[in-house]
Design a protein around this ligand. Structure first.
Ligand code: FES
Length: 116
């Protein structure tokens, strides 16, 4: 299995965090891959999708699928305890429209709601 290795430099304590990502779904082997299309349950949007709409967490929408998928992982992996942690976790997602404050608000709401 060939993997991409992603290293992120934590801005305050300077440790490097590495994660390994499969290059393709077939490389992922037994792991389940969920895309933005797989988050909703029929006509019912996922709570993170609802929160992005409620808080205007996007403008052009170009970055939105990636932002939402990362936001879900941010909460599920326990990195949404405070605004600084959320901003650090989400720092790999670039939004040219600058919707960051609203994205953080959406994540905080979903974290507080506990519906994820
Ligand atoms: S909403 Fe336009 S790039 Fe993020």
């Amino acid at each position: 299995m060939r993997l991409w290795t992603v290293r992120r430099l934590h801005r305050t304590c300077k440790w490097q965090k590495s994660i390994e990502l499969p290059k393709s779904c077939s490389d992922a082997g037994w792991k389940k891959v969920t895309t933005i299309e797989g988050l909703a349950n029929g006509d019912n949007l996922h709570p993170m999708q609802e929160a992005f709409i409620k808080h205007d967490g996007f403008q052009c929408g170009y970055c939105t699928p990636g932002q939402i998928m990362s936001a879900v992982a941010c909460v599920r992996e326990g990195h949404a305890e405070n605004e600084e942690d959320i901003r650090q976790y989400m720092s790999g997602n670039i939004c040219r429209c600058g919707a960051y404050p609203n994205i953080v608000d959406a994540i905080i709401e979903v974290k507080k709601g506990g519906k994820i």
